[in-house]
Write a protein that binds this ligand. Structure first.
Ligand code: SAM
Length: 253
């Protein structure tokens, strides 16, 4: 008897705890958000007990929107950052995301709030933005970089599109800095979140990916170094909820 096996060679990357061929990741991530788009907002509230709202408020408050400010919200999904930016006095937003389903949910939400005139929705890959060099004043990205295949490449794209003097602000899950929380946090994210995903979004695997992708994402300092390697300067960060999430701010000078 002969045994045959398929050996997939070439560069690989993480998809949660799995190692998969590089070229496959974007499609897998797209499947995740296609699957959850309709239940994405309700799941965020359930999983975080509403905390994601406070974190998003915090990053927009740190940004201090002005009426003459135009924002590019990268991986903007269903529009949470865009809505807060406009509510806080920002001028206009381009929300860009690789996933059309997420953007369509966002556009409907904006229409219901009657703020769709101030938002443009652009379906594009954050690793290859169809945006000119040196053209954007502020880029935000909330819970998006973690899902990208080439994180360093995405950060370089952000540097490329920012004007000199422009600012990048990122909100992401990060590393706990409060001792003693690990056990409960691990139990919550690996046992409860996927179960909630199954019950509410009919998709356990996507929410297991979420928990795993958080663990494989760089910690606060390492991520600050990656931002620096992309060419951005004056990098600072603030922890949220004991490091469950963190927000980074950086400038193109
Ligand atoms: N920013 C929104 C928020 O905070 O609610 C959505 C965050 S959601 C966890 C991650 C988003 O990243 C999804 O909408 C997904 O489609 C998007 N995404 C993943 N990979 C991307 C890529 N390469 N380029 C642009 N968006 C991407």
């Amino acid at each position: 008897m002969e045994w045959f096996s398929t050996v997939v060679t070439g560069p690989r990357t993480d998809f949660g705890f799995e190692q998969i061929p590089l070229g496959v990741k974007a499609g897998r991530v797209r499947d995740v958000f296609d699957s959850v788009a309709g239940r994405y907002d309700v799941m965020n509230d359930l999983m975080s007990g509403g905390l994601h709202r406070a974190w998003k408020d915090a990053i927009v408050n740190w940004l201090r929107p002005r009426a003459d400010m135009r924002l590019l919200d990268l991986a903007g999904g269903t529009g949470d950052i865009a809505f807060r930016f406009l509510r806080a006095g920002g001028g206009s937003v381009v929300v860009t995301d690789i996933n059309l389903e997420m953007l369509l949910v966002g556009r409907d939400r904006a229409r219901k709030r009657r703020i769709d005139g101030a938002i443009n929705w652009l379906c594009a890959d954050g690793e290859q933005l169809p945006v000119p060099d040196n053209s954007v004043e502020v880029v935000t990205c909330a819970f998006g970089v973690r899902n990208m295949t080439d994180k360093a490449g995405a950060l370089s794209e952000i540097y490329r599109v920012l004007k000199p003097g422009g600012r990048f602000m990122c909100l992401e899950f990060s590393r706990l800095v409060l001792p003693g929380l690990e056990d409960i946090y691990n139990k919550f994210s690996f046992a409860i979140v996927p179960r909630l995903g199954r019950i509410v979004a009919n998709d356990e695997a996507s929410y297991r990916y979420l928990a795993e992708s958080i663990r494989t994402f760089p910690d606060q300092e390492t991520f600050a170094e990656m931002i620096s390697d992309a060419g951005l300067s004056n990098i600072t960060y603030k922890n949220l909820t004991g490091g469950v999430a963190a927000m980074h701010s950086a400038w193109r000078i």
